[in-house]
Design a protein. Structure first.
Length: 352
């Protein structure tokens, strides 16, 4: 047996027993050897005589007062971090450190060989806040973007079955029931619920749903009626927009009668003189609401479009009627002109 002293009152005893593993007994200067460290073929075992890795630690049965391996810094009596560093030797960019910083007792995974290196993941002891890419997270989960200005959170579901979906659920502690949650989720391609076909859904099972940007009312979906408001928080119709709508095309289903009845033979078409009298008395076309009425009550676009089309059709009939009168008048004028020419010819003959 060989005996080595490594300082601090620690004595190591070496022997060659137990399955040809080199037995390293450790104890202090006053106690007997404990016999729990073994060296076998370049591998170190603690609590095991057959280590399979370069370092293998095997704990004892039952609950432990602390972890099987403890790394303790000097923070109790001075500044000092407790951490482990990893690297692939001289390979550039392979240095990482994992441990606890003495400053604030923050658990950190850092890019580099010290705890003061670039933090990639931290957990604050004082708040419990978790940070990704930031040393001082100010929320429960704080994700900071990279130097390229890019940041993201991905939730991926590898299952694409008929009931599969990927979701983020928000609720308070007293709202654990599904019906009291706000959900953001994406259906799978084959899911038949909630719209299916990879439908993206923002659902509020508690009350009205708001999609809002800073300084605006944003979009509101009323819980009871399903009415949607853009720029207004109290929509009274299926869609209320407080502002200008810009579109390349609008397709509207017609729910009022088209004015083709204007071309029926028995349609009571007003004459131009009757329309003239009405305009002089009322300052607007018959059946068309006045400017004051439109300002007070608004304009139903469909009804107004059909009314304007009706007026165009009435005007077309009046123009056709005027054109027929003009054709008749021209034929009569041509007839009279021929008669005058004939009479003038007879008069000339009598003179001669």
């Amino acid at each position: 047996m060989k005996i080595f002293s490594v300082g601090c009152g620690i004595i190591i005893y070496l022997s060659t027993t137990l399955l040809n593993a080199q037995h390293i007994n450790t104890t202090d200067a006053t106690n007997a050897p404990s016999g729990d460290i073994y060296h076998l073929s370049g591998r170190i075992g603690i609590g095991t005589t057959t280590p399979l890795s370069l370092l293998e630690v095997k704990g004892t049965n039952g609950e432990q007062e602390q972890g099987q391996i403890s790394i303790i810094g000097n923070g109790g009596s001075g500044s000092g971090d407790a951490y482990i560093s990893f690297s692939e030797g001289t390979e550039v960019g392979s240095e990482w450190s994992l441990g606890v910083k003495d400053d604030g007792n923050v658990f950190s995974i850092s890019k580099g060989l010290t705890m003061d290196a670039d933090p990639k993941f931290v957990i604050q002891e004082s708040t419990g806040n978790v940070g990704f890419g930031i040393a001082n997270p100010n929320l429960d989960v704080h994700v900071e973007g990279n130097s390229n200005g890019q940041v993201g959170l991905r939730v991926r579901n590898a299952n694409n079955g008929s009931n599969a979906y990927t979701s983020i659920r928000l609720n308070n502690a007293d709202e654990e029931a599904y019906a009291s949650q706000v959900l953001l989720f994406l259906n799978s391609a084959t899911r038949t619920l909630d719209g299916g076909s990879k439908a993206f859904t923002l659902r509020n099972n508690i009350g009205d749903t708001h999609i809002q940007s800073k300084g605006s009312n944003g979009l509101m979906i009323k819980a009871n009626s399903g009415n949607v408001g853009i720029g207004t928080s109290n929509p009274s119709h299926k869609l209320d927009v407080a502002g200008v709508i810009h579109a390349e095309e609008v397709l509207v289903d017609l729910n009022v009668e088209g004015p083709d009845y204007v071309f029926e033979e028995d349609y009571p078409l007003s004459s131009l003189s009757e329309i003239e009298s009405y305009i002089k008395a009322n300052k607007h076309l018959p059946e068309v609401p006045s400017a004051a009425q439109m300002k007070e009550e608004g304009v139903n676009v469909i009804e107004m479009q059909m009314l304007l089309l009706k007026k165009v059709e009435e005007l077309t009939l009046l123009l056709i009627e005027q054109n027929n009168h003009m054709k008749e008048q021209k034929e009569l004028n041509d007839f009279h002109s021929k008669q005058i020419e004939s009479l003038q010819s007879e008069i000339n003959n009598l003179k001669n």
